[in-house]
Design a protein around this ligand. Structure first.
Ligand SMILES: OC[C@@H]1[C@@H](O)[C@H](O)[C@@H](O)c2nc(CNc3ccccc3)cn21
Length: 450
């Protein structure tokens, strides 16, 4: 496929993203402690088909072969997360040396393959033992997270330069503590808002801790899901609903981190459910960061819905749009619009698209290949929007596709495939999909211009 319209600056990096609980497996192996997702998956009815991350893609054992695929594909960078309980089985205290050995080896193998590691410290799999002490509702957990982050930085930052604290903290707070569809499965608005604040605090404490101990030149940041929010109609009620969704899901993280204060409209809207916040805590949360990772897959069209007790709205699904298997509307301009908003409204040194991709029903054809043309079209259209942002002078430094491998899709188990590499779970065989081959050609084209 012609790539001239997808020519990027030579320092622009292309990667692929994953997360520990979704790919590693080895959930009970080599001294790893329980995570809240290990526990959650065992609760009947929580996960479609009763799926768990017990084995997942068996990346814990197969990472060397997977890195060979990454190298053949030409990835510049690989984003992964650390399973906190694999290194600290109790969340604090005694280190599981085999857990640390795994991540040291993973990083060594990536660097040997000239692939830049891009690390996330919390992609939702909190140690169960800390959950037993209140989890993110307990502010002590923020301190434990900072200690864990410092430790990982001390051990890996000679080879890992990109460090992000949380992946999508809003998901932990809202899906995990308000909607109850993610671990730990709580349903309490006030709790969800307190967790929102405590996650922001944990982020700031971790950045401060890593900055004290990490190598010079490290870049610290966070990964947030940021979408364009549209009102379903011109009605003021839908406009206000869309503003509330943007207010909570985006600005209750962006504003304290980059502006040192929570959005006033959100503090007002949530009233006495909003947590107590001190100036000292806001000072910690707004510890300057070097980069912001963005997860953006689609735009969210919101209509007013007073029955939604949390945020007073619901997603509207226009009939004239095309949808992925997640029932997410396909709207490639979402990347350009989000990047433009961030560039206009915030002072962010560097931006990375850390997750963008699509789930479609994939199957292995009789020729043994996976002809996922829809995913290739999705990636092409969205990467074009990333290019558009770069051409506008927005400081976008990289694009990572979600995901490198088909993997465990949280409450939907293995029913959704996002990978550019197909995983046949019964055999753990990998098949590079047509979209993976296309992505590789794109990377090779850009590398040839460097
Ligand atoms: O669902 C695909 C991925 C998921 O596997 C990753 O672990 C997670 O980081 C992730 N975030 C999004 C986008 N976030 C989102 C938030 C609210 C509603 C819908 C999507 C998609 N994904």
């Amino acid at each position: 496929m012609e790539f001239k319209s997808l020519k990027f600056p030579k320092e622009f990096i292309f990667g692929a993203s994953t997360a520990a609980y979704q790919i590693e497996g080895g959930a009970y192996e080599d001294g790893k402690g329980l995570s809240i997702w290990d526990t959650f998956c065992k609760q009947p009815g929580r996960i479609l088909n009763g799926d768990t991350g017990d084995e997942a893609c068996d990346f814990y054992h197969r990472y060397k072969d997977d890195i060979k695929i990454m190298k053949e594909m030409g990835l510049d960078s690989f984003r992964f997360s650390i399973s906190w309980p694999r290194v600290f089985p109790e969340g604090t205290g005694k280190v599981n040396q085999k857990g640390l050995d795994f991540y040291n080896s993973l990083v060594d193998e990536l660097r040997a393959a000239s692939i830049e590691p891009y690390l996330t410290l919390n992609h939702w799999d909190m140690p169960q033992s800390l959950q037993d002490q209140g989890g993110w509702l307990n502010k002590d957990t923020a301190k434990h997270f900072a200690d864990y982050s410092r430790f990982m930085c001390e051990n890996l930052s000679d080879r890992v330069k990109f460090w992000t604290t949380h992946n999508e903290p809003h998901c932990v707070a809202s899906a995990g503590h308000v909607a109850g569809i993610f671990a730990p499965g709580h349903k309490d608005i006030k709790e969800g808002l307190q967790v929102t604040h405590n996650l922001n605090l944990a982020h700031g404490l971790a950045v401060q801790a890593m900055r004290q101990s990490g190598s010079a030149g490290n870049k610290y940041g966070i990964v947030l899901a940021v979408f364009p929010y549209y009102p379903a109609t011109a009605s003021i009620h839908d406009h206000r609903a869309a503003q509330r969704w943007d207010g909570y899901f985006s600005r209750c993280f962006l504003d304290p981190i980059f502006k040192g204060s929570y959005p006033e409209d959100m503090v007002e809207y949530f009233g006495d459910k909003f947590p107590e916040v001190t100036e000292q805590e806001l000072s910690v949360i707004s510890e300057p960061i070097d980069m912001l990772g963005i997860n953006c897959y689609f735009r969210r069209i919101i209509e007013n819905d007073p029955k939604n007790a949390f945020i007073g709205g619901r997603e509207f699904k226009p009939r004239d749009a095309a949808y992925t298997q997640m029932d997410w509307p396909i709207y490639p301009e979402c990347l350009f619009e989000v990047l433009s908003m961030l560039d206009k409204d915030y002072d962010i040194p560097e931006l990375y698209i850390i997750e963008n991709g699509a789930a479609f029903h994939d199957e292995v054809s009789p020729d043994g290949k996976v002809h996922d043309a829809r995913r290739t079209r999705y990636l092409h259209a969205h990467i074009e929007q990333a290019k558009r942002a770069v051409e506008q002078g927005i400081n976008l430094k990289g694009y990572f596709v979600w995901s490198f491998l088909d993997n465990f899709e949280w409450a939907l188990g293995y029913s959704r495939r996002f990978g550019i590499v197909y995983v046949d779970y019964p055999t753990q065989k990998r098949i590079v999909k047509d979209s993976g081959k296309w992505y590789s050609e794109l990377l090779r084209y850009n590398q040839s211009l460097r």
